[in-house]
Design a protein around this ligand. Structure first.
Ligand code: NAD
Length: 466
């Protein structure tokens, strides 16, 4: 067993200790929550370089990607929660429609759910731990965090270093793999927030159901891109390839495959070659570049290599790999049939199937036949009718037009999936909302006794008028 992993026998005691902290009311005062949130932001800021080193070690992530998408985004979102959570936590006063209920001071309080479990993935192990954790802190909950074993350096660093900034009695970690997760899932949590794949999501949802625990499932899937003949090709391709090659395509909202209108297919492929040459100039291209991540594990590398071997499509760009570095070249595959290996699973790597379709109607038909309700649909078009038609006739967690990832950049937009891509919404107040429940409160004055007198037995023979 890995020496860093949490002993199985300790897991129930950790859970019990978090429950005692919550019951003591430690995490509830707003001033305490604010302090923990500021400490969380301080942790990310002060450890930015160390986190970048860990991420380089585990994923080969270029420092600029870490600073942009892990460090800066985390700090900004934590500080935004610290600034706004007192507003989110305010009770909503209710104005009853019945005049005789006016004096009861009816309100909805946002009560912390209790002790929550946060399971974070490996692809953005900092940001996707910080977002739910800051929601749980803002809500006044205690939390157990289970980071991914696939980024062991980051996970161990988070577990060790965060305890110097946060109250260890309220926020703590379990490190490990399936046995540790299984032990954690046997316990009763007041909410589970899981970010990861839909296979494990089913295991988590089943375990949660045993305790009637509510869950937020932030999953992935095959997010398609539709490009019609009115798109600005060079800009579109730059934006599509950025989303496919950032973190080497290991992003839940990465462009998974592209449906291109047949009439512009040759120009689209030419633009791909042109953009790749600008992203990764010089001999060796991406495989020699400092701006290109590794594949997270041998298993995922083998899976991606397998897809390239199994596909019946034709590789027109890339197709090489470096096993030692665990890197796969940016690869574009055409003539991919619907049943192809590349179309049977989320690719989660730098391989892009580009499929020709006659028109937008065929693209919509293609998506709807797959019936996999992706996290996002990307549309590249300057035709307003086409945009409207795609939105009206498809299902997805989000739609982003003429860019990739930007739906995630706006904190005020809800983020989450539908169907296979998950359920529940996060970001800003919505993350906070996951960890509170609405508690209805009334306070009926004794002086209202006269108004209420008719409800007591013995009942009148004649019912009061309704
Ligand atoms: P992962 O490998 O980190 O696995 C998630 C967790 O499941 C780990 O903690 C692991 O220990 C646990 N696990 C694995 N098998 C288990 C089992 N049999 N029983 C109990 N626990 C088990 O994450 P991943 O799934 O490889 O991450 C990639 C996926 O996450 C992709 O599908 C991606 O789209 C999705 N994702 C979604 C979002 C989002 O916000 N929607 C963000 C990032 C990633």
């Amino acid at each position: 067993m890995n020496a860093n992993y949490t002993p199985l026998s300790e897991i129930p005691a950790i859970h019990g200790s978090l429950q005692r902290t919550f019951r003591r009311g430690v995490t509830k005062p707003l001033s305490w929550r604010r302090r923990q949130l500021l400490q969380l932001a301080r942790f990310v800021k002060e450890n930015a370089d160390a986190l970048a080193e860990c991420l380089y070690h585990d994923l080969g992530k270029p420092k600029q990607e870490v600073m942009m998408l892990e460090v800066r985004s985390s700090v900004q979102r934590i500080l935004s929660a610290a600034e706004n959570f007192e507003k989110w936590a305010q009770p909503n006063l209710v104005n009853p429609s019945q005049p005789w209920q006016q004096g009861w001071n009816p309100r909805v309080e946002k009560s912390p759910k209790g002790v929550v479990l946060i399971i974070s993935p490996w692809n953005f192990p900092v940001l996707l731990t910080m977002i739910p954790l800051c929601g749980a802190i803002a809500a006044g909950c205690c939390a157990l965090i289970k980071p991914s074993e696939l980024t062991p350096t980051v996970s161990a660093f988070l577990a060790k270093s965060l305890s110097k900034y946060l109250d260890l009695n309220a926020y703590t970690f379990v490190l490990g793999e399936i046995p540790e997760m299984t032990a954690v899932l046997e316990l009763r949590w007041d909410h589970i927030s899981y970010t990861g794949n839909s296979r494990v999501a089913r295991i988590i949802a089943a375990a949660a159901a045993k305790h009637l625990t509510p869950v937020t499932l932030e999953l992935g899937g095959k997010s398609p891109v539709i490009v019609d003949s009115t798109a600005d090709l060079l800009i579109s391709v730059k934006r599509i390839l950025w989303s496919k090659l950032n973190a080497a395509g290991q992003i839940c909202v990465a462009s998974d495959y592209v449906l291109v209108q047949k009439s512009i297919m040759p120009e689209f492929l030419e633009a791909c070659k042109e953009v790749l040459a600008t992203f990764f100039p010089g001999i060796g291209g991406a495989l020699k570049s400092d701006s290109y991540s590794r594949i997270v594990s041998d298993l995922h590398f083998k899976r991606l290599k397998g897809l390239l071997v199994e596909t019946n499509g034709k590789t027109v760009v890339g197709g090489n790999w470096n096993e030692q570095q665990r890197q796969i070249e940016p690869t574009i595959v055409v003539d991919v049939e619907p049943g192809d290996a590349l179309m049977n699973q989320e690719i989660f790597g730098p391989i892009l199937p580009v499929i020709a379709v006659e028109d937008i109607n065929e693209a919509i038909e293609y998506l709807n036949t797959r019936n996999d309700s992706p996290l996002v649909i990307y549309i590249f078009s300057q035709n307003e009718e086409n945009k409207k038609k795609i939105i009206a006739n498809t299902t997805s967690g989000a739609v982003a037009i003429n860019d990739t990832f930007m739906q995630v950049a706006i904190e005020e937009l809800p983020f989450g999936g539908v169907g296979e891509s998950g359920h529940g919404r996060i970001f800003g107040k919505r993350t906070f909302d996951n960890f509170v429940y609405e508690r209805s409160i009334t306070d009926t004055p004794y002086g209202d006794e006269e108004v209420l007198a008719g409800r007591y037995p013995p009942y009148q023979e004649e019912c009061p008028e309704i």
